[in-house]
Every structure is written in C-alpha cells, then in structure tokens.
Design a protein around this ligand. Structure first.
Ligand code: COA
Length: 420
C-alpha cells in the first residue's frame, strides 16, 4: 500500500459517551442523546451546533437488534442537526472507527470544516441466542457460521492456537481480565465498574445470604478458575474472558486544524490513520495474528512518522482476552508470541511500560459494537488531555493509539492521536 498523508490537519475538540450497559426501554436515539450531551459539555469555548456540516454514524445492525434501519438521519434529527448530510457506516465492531475515518477524510479533503462522528448500538433488547446469531452475521455465513462457529468460538480457536504456539495458559488470559476489570472499576461510564476481587466478594455474600455454603476462593485466580463462578463459554474462553452484550453510544467533534483553538486550548490532533481488510478467518494462514491489524497499524505509523515504541497508551479491541494479547503483538508493542508474557508481567497495566485499555477495554467498559471504536477514541482524548480522573496515567502522555477490529479481522482501523 502507498504511504499517504492527510490533505490538511484535523483535530478532535469534543468527545463524549453515554454510560455503557443494559438500558431497557431506551432506544438507540435516546442513548445517543446522552453521548452527544456529554460531548457538548466537553467543548471548552463557544460553539454553535449549527456549524456542524455533516454527521457520520457507525452502527453495526440496528436493523436486526432493534428493527430500525436508516439510523443516521433519524439520530441527526433527534439531536437537532437536520438537514445536514447524515450517513451510517457499517463495518461490524469497527463501524464507528470507519465513521471516524470518513469524517476525518472529509475534513482533510477540504470538503467540510466541522463534522460530528459517532457510534451507537442497542444490543440488549434481544435474547442472548438472537444476539449471538446477529453478531455471527459479521462472519462468513456459508463457510463458517454454517459449520457452527460463533464469535466466542472464533476467538477460542485463536486462543488455543496461541497456547499451542507460544505456551500460554488460561491463566495468561485471566491476567488480562484482572487488569481490564481493575481499570474499568475506575471508569464511571463502564458497564462493569467492579474489580474481580469485588465481584468475588459480592458472590460470596450472595451465597451466604441465600443460605448456601460460602465459596472457598482464596483469591481472584481461584474465583476465575472455578467453573461455577466463571463458566466456560468456548474453551478456553470463559465468561470473564468475553466482552459483554451492551447498549451505548459515543460521539466526537472533528474540526480542521486551523480552527481547533477556537474551541479549546487543548485540541487533540489526528496524526495517523490506517485501515485494511481481509477474508474470513477460515482462509488465513495463521490464527495467532490478524494481518489487517498489522497493515492498518503500519500505515498509521508511517503517516504519523512514529514507531510502536513512541506510543504511550493504546485502546485495543479486546472483544475477548486473547484478542488483546494478539493486538499487542500485531501493533508491534511486543514481539510475536511475547504479548501473553507481557500481560502476565503487568507491562500493559496502568503502571506498566505500555498501558493498554485504561478505560477497562471492551471487556469491562462494555462492547456496544457499533459504538466501541468511538468509545476508544473518547478514552485516548481524555488521557491525552489529562482528564481521565482516577485512571489518569502519570507522566502527561502525548501519543495514543486506537485499534478497532471488525469481525475476526476482516476489517481493522488504527488511529494515532497527539497532544502538542
Ligand atoms: N463478562 C463478565 N460478566 C458477564 C459478562 C461478561 N462478558 N456477560 C454477562 N456477565 C454477567 C452478568 O452481569 C450476570 O451477572 P449476575 O449473575 O451477577 O447478574 C451474569 O454474568 C449472567 O449474565 P447473562 O446476561 O445471563 O449472560 P449470558 O449468558 O446471556 O451472556 C455471554 C454471556 C458471554 C454469552 C455474552 O456476554 C456474550 O455473548 N459475549 C460475547 C459478545 C460478543 O461476541 N461480541 C462480539 C465480539 S467480536
């Protein structure tokens, strides 16, 4: 692929998200309003929403999840932005990173000066079996799903291949769970705002209250290894290795670089973007890496003129714990086969050398699929501005990266952000 540059610079000057979780009785449009209001509260200086020229919305499947298609103009209208052009973009779980890229390209091309980008998904209206089937439509129906594959199954295959190739164990994956739940416990917008230790204590108290024998877990690893507390979903992926089914939305305000300081003294600049596609998992030579992620990140690094070692923090697509480990290698943070060890050693913790998923990641923050990429950008924006509250990284990080995968890697989008 040719190395490319943006036609002009682009900055993110506002970023907001709804809480992620399960919100019965609320539709996508209601949830997006929360994200949009949150964004409006983050814009430091005077701003008139009438100056927004276009809206790009990432959404995987409101058609199947809610029976409502054509969502972008509906949401634009609901938040008072009609009649601006409003477009929905779909790329499975990478939908809102694709929407972000399209908004970025539109400003970089000079077509617009200000656009709103967002993502939304309302998944929890359907029973879990229908959610699983809906998600599976992002895979190859005739060649994979008809053979019995669902998403936990795909990532379980990758996990077993990784264990076989590099000697990782189920405990390696549990370290990712512990870290991401710990980070999520510091994020008020996270679906699971609890550390595994807290969940363990709640379960113990609940058993005692019901007059059952108190569980004998001595620590979190014993809790996570207990088939009753942490049931197997698709070996070796257990419940706490999976991202949850979630509702949620996220929104970002993008402007041209020359306008950025009109809205804030602390814009965050987009200095690199890369995207790539691939065929389904069944045709790939290896199950232990995702080629589109390598390509997308190489292109983003080239555009940004930085290398993996320059990146201070990353939000990566941990739809399952194994996915975070593979991402940390595909992005060049660790050598192939070394990401599992790095997770075990705490190198990806908030205090580690390469903090990953300080928000709690999809695992703990939640994974409303069409909103997850935009949600990752919200976290990087906050961390680079020093506004991430209790989970704020020390040392004023200046470069952050997002990595968002669609399906098993048929789509991948990587973006790099800078505080100047
Ligand atoms: N992580 C941690 N806890 C979870 C969880 C998760 N992923 N999913 C559910 N829970 C908890 C619930 O909060 C609930 O806790 P409680 O008993 O204390 O109230 C309990 O587990 C049962 O929840 P329930 O909603 O009945 O679970 P479920 O069996 O319907 O769903 C999964 C569990 C793993 C099947 C579901 O979360 C799933 O399919 N995840 C993967 C989603 C996916 O594939 N996304 C796309 C990725 S590419």
């Amino acid at each position: 692929m040719k190395s490319r540059k943006l036609g002009r610079g682009v900055a993110v000057v506002g970023a907001g998200m709804s809480k992620f979780g399960c919100f019965p009785g609320f539709t996508s449009r209601d949830i997006f309003v929360d994200a949009y209001k949150d964004l409006l509260n983050t814009i430091d200086k005077e701003f008139d929403p009438k100056d927004i020229e276009a809206f790009y919305l990432g959404n995987y499947s409101s058609d199947l999840f809610e029976g409502q298609a054509h969502l972008a103009p509906i949401i634009a209208n609901w938040i008072g932005l009609s009649p601006i052009p409003s477009t929905r973009l779909e790329g499975a779980c990478a939908s809102s990173s694709i929407a972000f890229r399209e908004g970025l390209i539109a400003i970089a091309s000079g077509l617009y000066d200000m656009v709103l980008v967002g993502g939304i998904e309302k998944m929890t209206d359907l029973p879990i079996s229908a959610v699983t089937d809906t998600l599976a439509t992002a895979a190859d129906i005739p060649y994979e799903v008809s053979a019995g594959f669902t998403f936990p199954g795909f990532y379980a295959s990758m996990a077993t291949a990784y264990m076989q190739a590099y000697g990782a164990t189920p405990e390696t994956f549990m370290k990712v769970t512990l870290k991401n739940h710990e980070n999520g416990s510091l994020n008020p917008k996270a679906q699971f705002g609890q550390k595994i230790a807290d969940i363990m204590e709640i379960k113990k108290a609940s058993a005692i209250k019901k007059g059952k024998p108190a569980p004998q877990w001595r620590n979190e690893m014993e809790f996570l290894s207990d088939d009753r507390a942490n049931p197997m979903i698709a070996w070796p992926m257990r419940l706490y290795d999976c991202s949850p089914v979630s509702d949620g939305g996220a929104a970002l305000l993008l402007v041209s670089e020359e306008m950025a300081y009109q809205f804030t003294d602390h814009p965050i600049f987009v200095i690199g973007t890369g995207a790539a596609s691939d065929g389904p998992l069944h045709g790939r030579p290896s199950l232990t890496s995702i080629p589109s992620a390598k390509l997308a990140s190489n292109n983003a690094y080239k555009m940004a003129g930085v290398s993996p070692s320059d990146i201070k923090l990353a939000e990566v697509h941990d739809c399952f714990t194994i996915a975070e480990i593979i991402a940390s290698e595909d992005l060049g943070f660790f050598e192939e086969g070394k990401g599992g060890k790095a997770a075990e050693e705490g190198q990806t913790a908030r205090t580690g050398l390469k903090p990953i998923n300080t928000s709690g990641g999809l695992k703990s923050k939640g994974h409303p699929v069409g909103a997850s990429g935009a949600g990752q950008i919200v976290e990087i924006w906050k961390q680079l501005r020093g506004e991430a509250g209790e989970r704020q990284l020390a040392g004023n990080p200046d470069l952050g990266l997002t990595h968002n995968v669609g399906g098993t890697g048929q789509t991948c989008v990587v973006n790099i952000f800078e505080r100047r």
